[in-house]
Write a protein that binds this ligand. Sequence first.
Ligand SMILES: Nc1ncnc2c1ncn2[C@@H]1O[C@H](COP(=O)(O)OP(=O)(O)OP(=O)(O)O)[C@@H](O)[C@H]1O
Ligand SMILES: [Mg+2]
Length: 371
Amino acid sequence: MEQIRAVPSESNGYYLTVLDSVGDGVIVVNRAGLVTLMNPAAEELTGRSRRQTLEVAFSTAFSTEPTLVEMVERTASSGVSRSDQDNVVLKSSGRLIPVNATTVPLMQADGETIGVILTLRDMTSIRELEAAVRQADRLSTLGTLAAGLAHEIKNPLGGVKGAAQLLERELDPESDLQEYPRVMIREAERIDRIIRQLLELASPRGPRYTPVNLHMVLGDIILLQREAAGSREVSIVTGFDPSIPPLMADEAQLTQVFLNLIRNALEAMTEGGRLTVTSRVLSEYHLGSTEGRNRMVCVEVADTGPGISVENISKVGTPFFSTKEGGTGLGLAICQKIVADHRGMMKIDSLPGEGTRISVLLPLIQSPVKG
Ligand SMILES: Nc1ncnc2c1ncn2[C@@H]1O[C@H](COP(=O)(O)OP(=O)(O)OP(=O)(O)O)[C@@H](O)[C@H]1O
Ligand SMILES: [Mg+2]
């Protein structure tokens, strides 16, 4: 049987350049099942180099990706394209990447199938955006509920606290009973704090933009929290990109975000550890097509604490989810709301046993808010 060689010749240089510039991964497999072409995006997504895979059987080179092997084989034998594999996950450098894989038959002008083209699209940012949207949906429902509830609770709570204060005054200062009104007042104040945080979460008030010196905000928080960390063996390392200009943001809200994140990190490191706070500019980060290409600032707060368990990672940031005694579980939910209001994004990476890294992405320039 005649051997099909789909390896492009020099005269195909123009087409190769085009393929190399495509953002999606493209792999071509010939009729004999050998890989004959692979663009740089495919190398990056699959963690395999062209040198390793060219002229090697696809089923061998990608033996750890049975879904892809099956798709290629089916298209090769049936001539029918397949593209419903939305959840294929490639393992490159130990990282899981959600990809959308499509196989189409490579046909000659006479309709004869001479191979299969496999395209791979990295779905990471789309998945992240989808998760952020789901979270925002959950928050807005909660917000409406919370606002109503908070309003109903505030008045009776004020009554309870007032009565406890009266009782405290009426009692003999030396009385053993003094402890009880004090507990009542303290706990009423705690409820009050939770309600205020809930209202914050539910508040429709958007950010009040002014130019904010990000590093000054971070520096002040770190200075105060260094004191709070006190005798614990926590070292604090900062790495700021001095070229970051003032951001258009709500300073009080940003302070709240980074205070919550840094407090969480310090609270996680009960045995001591290292807190790292860094800032940098991501030059061409783009949030979907509607936002266009915006320059984003990325602030990372990383700790060497116990990390978040696989079981809990999807729950953190859900209002009231807390593993802490006395924690409200509203801290991260508020952070997420504020960051979303600033048209940014928050990402949590955590490895149990190694630590947690929270990245906050904020647009460098805010386009004027309408209305
Ligand atoms: N840096 C971190 N390391 C490990 N776990 C974390 C970290 N940050 C958050 N978490 C987990 O996420 C949960 C929710 O955090 P969140 O800040 O929303 O609430 P909280 O800290 O429990 O309460 P509050 O912020 O009201 O004091 C925490 O209880 C903890 O389990
Ligand atoms: Mg917290």
